[in-house]
Every structure is written in structure tokens, then in C-alpha cells.
Design a protein. Structure first.
Length: 289
């Protein structure tokens, strides 16, 4: 397992636990390297050292690269009897995400305590029958998401004509300690009819997302402060955020921001020219109508 892949799985531990699954990371690095790595990234699952004899476990699974002394980026889902039920070997340079793992766990005879339904707290701008739907999985504390927010915020109105923009939450909680509560704050504001006002405030003040600041933003945008405090302190919308998170993981989201255009993952650059071109390409032409 590699750095950004491990960090992603650390964020998704609650999803794995819903299937009563234990996550283990194995690499050919030594135990002290693992200890330092786990402490630096606040990992909450074991890292096992396949160090001496080097690669012995990886060889048994057929994923050791003899020519350069490393293991493949390989994933295995093993059932309670020790049988490999699913496996995948990813290209070394690619983060394989978690959708394959979650799909394999769902296929086993284990219970997932979450609903597979679409999120119930969904906020969107644009007509419901728009020709193009742009979905963003975001983290309010993520610097790259702030860049994406600024790009979208400054697109010319004609670029978003007949586009429905949908926000989904994917807080990277171990990397961004305020992201979860910020997402809950946006949903709490949404129930009071001020989702987009809070959405804007969170990105415009990304360097101040502590709870006291969230309450101040609620006051500034005209929310019922007592109700907002009650919802925030009681984590009233934590499950809704978690549902977004699970839905994203099942779709292969492995970082933020991640965009989907009409259900297809957008792999281009997050800049004005690239996004406008992608949105334009998805609009029906005269011949299609």
C-alpha cells in the first residue's frame, strides 16, 4: 500500500467497519518505518512489515516485484474462512481507490448497516431537468477544493446555462480536522434555507472553521442560532455526511475535489477553460434533439 492510498483508507475506516471488516496494510518496509509513517498520518489500522525475509508474504500472494524489490499495489478481500474472495492489482502509479473493496464486501454475506439510497440532504443549483449535471465531492477544509470553488464561482453565467450543480460531502477527516463539522454546518444551514450562504462562507473563511466561527457565520447569514447550535452540537447531520461519503467511496472517489459530469467521472484539469469545454461537450447538439 502506498502513501495517498493508505490515507484514503484511513478516512474510510467507518465504511469498512460497517461490513465488520478488518483493514490491514502490508509493505516490504521495516517496522520502524511503519511506526513513523503511521504516527505522522494518524493511521488507525495496523501496518504489517513484510521485511524479513523481505517480500515473503507478497511472494505467497504472487505480488512481489523481484526486479526492484517492492510489492505491487495489490488489494485482497479475504473472508472469515481465509479464502480470497476478490483481488485487484493496480498500476504502481495509480491509486486504486476503495470502490472495488466496498463492492466485494457488499457481495459477501455480511451486513452493511447503511442504506444504499442516494443522499437525502442534497443541495443543487440549476434546473432539475438540466441537460448537464455536475456533481462535486468536496471537503470544506481542502485547499484544492477552495481553488475549485473559485473557478466555479467565477465562471461566466452562459457557461452554467442548463447545468445543474450538485454538492456532495467527502470530508478527509484525519487530514482536515474541521472538515466534518463544516459539512454538518452546511447541512444544518440548508435545513433553514441557507445552504448556499453557508457554503460560500465556509470557503471564503477556510482558515477559520472552528465551531465558534461556524456559529458566527450562522449568525451573520441570519440563521436561528439556537437551532443551529443544537444541530451542530448534536451532530444532527453527521449521518447525512456519512452517507455522502459512502456514496462517493462506492463511486471511486479517492480525494477532493472529485467531479462527475452526467454520471461520468471528470478527469481533466480543474480550471475554467477545461471545465467549460467539458460541460459544453456534454450538452446535446441540434442533431441530438
Amino acid at each position: 500500500m502506498c502513501g495517498e492510498q493508505v490515507v484514503l483508507y484511513n478516512e474510510l475506516l467507518p465504511q469498512f467497519k460497517r461490513f465488520d471488516a478488518q483493514l490491514l496494510g502490508i509493505s516490504v518496509d521495516g517496522v520502524w518505518s511503519h511506526k513513523a509513517f503511521a504516527e505522522a498520518r494518524n493511521l488507525q489500522f495496523p501496518l504489517l512489515a513484510d521485511f524479513h525475509p523481505k517480500g515473503a508474504v507478497a511472494r505467497q500472494y504472487g505480488v512481489y516485484r523481484e526486479q526492484n524489490g517492492i510489492s505491487e499495489r495489490a488489494l485482497f478481500v479475504i473472508d472469515a474462512e481465509g479464502t480470497i474472495q476478490w483481488s485487484y492489482v493496480s498500476p504502481i502509479g495509480s491509486n486504486p481507490g476503495a470502490d472495488g473493496i466496498l463492492g466485494a464486501l457488499a457481495g459477501l454475506n455480511v451486513s452493511d448497516t447503511t442504506s444504499a439510497n442516494e443522499p437525502t440532504h442534497e443541495y443543487a443549483r440549476g434546473p432539475e431537468d438540466a441537460a448537464v449535471t455536475l456533481v462535486e465531492y468536496l471537503d470544506y477544509e481542502c485547499p484544492d477544493c477552495l481553488d475549485a470553488y473559485n473557478v466555479l464561482h467565477n465562471l461566466p453565467p452562459e457557461a452554467l446555462a442548463d447545468v445543474r450543480f450538485v454538492v456532495r460531502n467527502f470530508p478527509l477527516r484525519h487530514a482536515h480536522p474541521h472538515a466534518q463539522h463544516a459539512a454538518e454546518a452546511a447541512l444544518a444551514a440548508g435545513v433553514q434555507g441557507k445552504f448556499w450562504e453557508m457554503h460560500d462562507a465556509l470557503f471564503q473563511h477556510q482558515d477559520a472553521l472552528d465551531d465558534a466561527s461556524l456559529v458566527r457565520y450562522a449568525r451573520e447569514i441570519g440563521l436561528d442560532e439556537d437551532q443551529f447550535r443544537h444541530d451542530l452540537e448534536g451532530h444532527a447531520y453527521a449521518e447525512a455526511v456519512e452517507q455522502d461519503h459512502l456514496e462517493g467511496a462506492r463511486k471511486g472517489v479517492n480525494g477532493t475535489p472529485t467531479f462527475f459530469i452526467n454520471g461520468t467521472r471528470y478527469e481533466g484539469e480543474v480550471n475554467a477553460d477545461s471545465l467549460v469545454a467539458a460541460l459544453t461537450d456534454r450538452r446535446p447538439t441540434t442533431n441530438d434533439q
